[in-house]
Design a protein around this ligand. Structure first.
Ligand SMILES: *Cc1c(COP(=O)(O)O)cnc(C)c1O
Length: 398
């Protein structure tokens, strides 16, 4: 952590590790993608690696590719081998070690696909995996089995079949586009996908899950926002884990999306050594509100292969929520969830504020630990009142 991580300030980190001339192209998203750090040579030219990281980078080529946009790379603190940005995107040798409880498909998605690329787990909504590529790769990716294209499995979205399944399934009212990162598509391609979905009468709501506003804020152009705006109601869930990720460029990109009328939520993953403290989480969620983003979910890290070094005990998440509730704005508090291993879906986990419950009353504690009793309505009184009401109604009718 660096001191400014806990300040609600927005900084630019450009050009950082790049020469000043790079600033000529800095705001071009294509330049950012072309200049991603994606090889050991690139990485070592900029940063002194530890042995654990060097071995991790070599392994990544067979598991989940490494790629880091210059914009995001600049958030790395050169001086700090435990930098919270570094832990999210620079591979480590621990990724090669699979704990017995870990899985390649921790959320059991493959078994819930009526059509390849379309996950239908909940009754009224689907998860549509539209691409296997991202602007940068998170080392704890829950979909690393298919994302980045170097693993053993490949994403083979059947576009026409997926659209037809949604068209003929009227229970589906909500489509979530994810992947991979849908905002890597061109404006035209996204426009065509959204137009096709919007033409389905039972689709009430579309959302996009994307880390592009954090990895590549340059992609959030006025043209993209103008196109998205045609497809309301459209929500976007971003993915930010640490307050340092909210730079001035990111704040401005999020502002453009919000100005286009797109409600923004944030999904973060609780990660050891990245954001596993109340202090960092409080700074993150408060800064998100300044960026007009409502914290939505805080995920317990999925049991993805090679994630032991990034996972925290479940109690840690509960105590973080306890440290936020009451202590900061209610809007800033995400729901802590665990995706039930093997396909249980998102299960909310909350601190316990209900100490006791009887038919007559409940005993509660508040955020300061003070105890309160709230009585239920008296059943005897309710029946007397209902009877009086019935009699009065009878009197009026007859
Ligand atoms: C997360 C998820 C959704 C969306 O869940 P919400 O709680 O509505 O945000 C839908 N389908 C799948 C398979 C998911 O994993």
């Amino acid at each position: 952590m660096i001191d400014s991580d806990l300040d609600p300030t927005f900084q630019s980190h450009a050009p950082g590790y790049w020469p000043a001339e790079a600033m000529n192209d800095w705001n071009d998203p294509k330049w950012q993608l072309r200049n991603r750090v994606d090889s050991l040579t690139d990485l070592e030219a900029r940063l002194e690696l530890t042995d654990v990281e060097r071995a991790g980078v070599l392994l990544a080529g067979h598991k989940l590719a490494m790629a880091i946009t210059p914009h995001f790379f600049n958030l790395i603190d050169r001086e700090d081998p435990n930098c919270p940005i570094r832990r999210q995107i620079i591979p480590r040798i621990e990724e090669g070690w699979n704990a017995p409880e870990e899985l390649s498909d921790p959320c059991g998605e493959d078994s819930h696909m009526p059509v390849p690329g379309l996950v239908h787990r909940y009754p009224d909504r689907v998860l549509f995996l539209v691409t296997d590529r991202c602007a940068s790769y998170c080392r704890y990716c829950t979909r690393s089995r298919v994302v980045s294209g170097v693993g053993e499995q490949h994403l083979e979205t059947q576009w026409e079949k997926a659209f037809q399944y949604i068209e003929r399934t009227p229970q589906i009212r909500d489509v979530l586009l994810s992947g991979g990162d849908p905002l890597l598509f061109s404006d035209d391609r996204l426009d065509r996908i959204l137009t096709r979905l919007r033409a389905i009468p039972h689709i009430q709501f579309v959302r996009i899950g994307s880390r592009i506003p954090i990895f590549l804020p340059q992609r959030i152009t006025p043209e993209l926002c103008a196109m998205l705006k045609k497809h309301h109601p459209l929500f976007i869930s971003i993915h930010s884990n640490h307050p340092r990720e909210l730079t001035s460029e990111v704040r401005d990109a999020l502002g453009r999306l919000a100005d286009a009328g797109i409600p923004l939520g944030n999904q973060s993953v609780l990660l050891r050594g990245v954001n596993d403290s109340v202090e960092v989480q409080r700074a993150l969620v408060q800064k998100l509100l300044i960026c007009r983003v409502r914290p939505y979910y805080l995920y317990q890290c999925d049991l993805i292969n090679g994630s032991s070094h990034l996972r925290t005990p479940v109690a840690e998440g509960v105590s973080i929520i306890e440290g936020l509730r009451g202590h900061t704005t209610g809007y800033a508090i995400p729901q802590f969830v665990i995706d039930g291993p093997g396909g249980g879906g998102k299960i909310p986990i909350n601190p316990n504020y209900l100490i006791d419950s009887t038919p007559d009353s409940v005993t509660l504690r508040n955020y300061e630990g003070r105890v309160f009793e709230y009585p239920n309505p008296s059943q005897a009184l309710v029946s007397v009142l209902d009877k009086l009401h019935a009699e009065a109604m009878n009197g009026r009718c007859c």
